[in-house]
Ligand binder design. Structure first.
Ligand code: NAD
Length: 475
């Protein structure tokens, strides 16, 4: 049985309770894990505070060295960790390998920033005084992670936090804790001191982290309703927050675009991870002159996506993570179809795939009414609504017509049109003629109801520090 990790030790829940982790492709039992609660979070927060005393006082160069060594050790275990991620989450083994690799690389990327914290000297009106602005670590940070990218989204929080000298209480999603535990264990084996990263498990640990008085900052990736609840709870102790929430990313394709490249990026953007990505392309708006050709190319690509158990190397799309999630996407599609939408490709469940698995075919839908759920809500699965647009003005208006503002893309060979997209799309990220990849170097995060705060980049690192102004007098 897997356990939580508190102060470097394997820990059971104080209550003694456990729950099961099941494989989304087969329903088979993968493991049993502790069902932690507030008592376990309290233990983890105290362990993290104790570790903060020493971790934050190491030289930054030493922290960098420790993190590089720990990351290298974790990366040597990618081949063991990836199948575990596929078994608990469902994604294909290729996707799991990429994700496990990204975990280690992310720790190494932020390790390089550990000794590059810069402050400022500020001149003051009184020349016998001297002003400085310093940056210090915050303390114990909470990291709350969803099930769609358990490792990437954990590393996005843990890596900048510990590189800046903080310590962490990490809560994976209840249904995807196993690969995360394996990654953190590998970091500890590779030399990360005990208590710097603690892992608690169980649904109830989420609110316990948000309300724990020793935890000074919380970073959550999750749905928008969860973000609202967390923000309300965090108000009680005025906790710092980073909220990476839901998205319904629009993609606009104009007549003058490279349609082959666009089709490739849209297909990856919508169907990677079985469509369960916050920055997936969830709404497609195509100008009239490009519409038929692009649709044909998208259908050709979707038809090559073999749906099956993620452990089978031939599979290109695994099952959906849960039955509830599949039912939600099916309901969104059904509502559109009942109101006149048609399948340009796919739909339904694959024939012959394991009956116990949560498999769903990729689907491309046209003639979806403008007020259908698929345009207004987040579709967290492999179904893409496509709509004709007259011109860029119409595309931009439709693209901005939701409460979300995470990512967005535009495909065109016109610099002027691209620039309008960049300045007018209401989103934290705009890809122009590019695959939707969240680069380490660029700050990632949403606007509107997709949240606030950044992950990735120097910005994320600095969000795990706080500034202090200093006046030296009597000089
Ligand atoms: P979720 O909101 O249900 O859960 C996310 C995490 O929050 C889980 O660990 C969960 O246990 C925890 N949680 C739930 N309620 C909580 C509460 N009241 N207090 C504290 N913690 C709580 O989301 P999910 O279904 O696991 O993930 C899918 C959602 O995540 C989608 O909406 C997706 O768009 C979003 N997401 C956003 C990003 C981003 O970077 N913006 C990335 C990936 C996923």
């Amino acid at each position: 049985m897997a356990t939580m990790i508190i102060e470097g030790e394997r820990a059971k829940a104080a209550s003694g309770e456990t729950y099961e982790i099941r494989n989304p492709a087969s329903g088979e039992l993968v493991d049993e894990v502790p069902k932690g609660g507030p008592v376990d979070v309290d233990r983890a927060a105290r362990a993290a505070l104790k570790a903060f005393e020493t971790w934050s006082k190491l030289t930054a160069a030493k922290r960098r060295e420790i993190l590089h060594k720990a990351a290298a050790h974790m990366l040597s275990k990618v081949d063991e960790i990836a199948p575990l991620l596929t078994k608990e989450q469902g994604k294909t083994i290729l996707e799991s390998r990429i994700e496990a690799q990204r975990f280690g690389e992310n720790i190494a990327w932020f390790a390089d920033l550990a000794d590059k914290i810069h402050g400022e000297h500020v001149t003051l009106p009184d020349l016998t005084t001297y002003g400085l602005v310093l940056r210090r670590p915050i303390g114990v940070c909470g990291a709350i992670v969803p099930w769609n990218f358990p490792l990437t989204l954990a590393a996005n929080k843990v890596a900048p936090a510990i590189a800046a000298g903080n310590t962490v209480v990490l809560k994976p999603s209840s249904t995807t804790p196993l690969a995360t535990l394996a990654c953190v264990e590998a970091l500890i084996e590779g030399g990360l001191p005990e208590g710097v990263v603690n892992v608690v498990l169980g649904q109830a640990t989420g609110e316990a982290i948000v309300t724990h008085p020793l935890i000074r900052k919380v970073a959550l990736t999750g749905s928008t309703p969860t973000g609202k609840r967390v923000m309300a709870l965090a108000a009680a102790n005025l906790k710092k927050l980073t909220l990476e929430l839901g998205g319904s990313d629009p993609c606009i394709v104009l007549d003058d675009a490279d349609l082959e490249a666009a089709a490739r990026a849209i297909s990856v953007g919508r169907f990677f991870n079985c469509g369960q990505a916050c920055l997936a392309i969830k709404r497609l708006y195509v100008q009239e002159g490009a519409y038929d050709e692009l649709l044909e190319k998208l259908v050709a690509r979707a038809s090559k996506l073999k749906v099956g158990d993620g452990l089978d190397p031939a599979s290109r799309m695994g099952p959906m993570h849960t039955e509830t999630q599949r039912a939600e996407v099916e309901a969104q599609v059904e509502e559109a179809v009942k109101r006149g939408a048609r399948f340009a490709y796919g739909g339904g469940r694959p024939q012959g795939a394991g009956q116990a698995g949560n498999f769903l075919n990729p689907a491309i839908l046209v003639d979806v009414p403008d007020d259908a759920r698929m345009w207004k809500e987040e579709v967290f699965g492999p179904a893409l609504p496509v709509r004709r647009i007259k011109d860029l003005d119409e595309g931009l208006k439709l693209a901005n017509s939701t409460s979300f503002g995470l990512g967005s893309s535009i495909w065109t060979s016109s610099m002027a049109a691209a620039q309008r997209g960049v300045s007018e799309l209401e989103a934290g990220y705009t890809w122009v003629n590019a695959l939707q990849i969240a680069h380490d170097e660029l700050p990632f995060g949403g606007t509107k109801e997709s949240g606030f705060g950044k992950e990735h980049g120097l910005e994320a690192f600095y969000q795990y520090t706080e500034q202090k102004s200093v006046v030296y007098g009597g000089l």
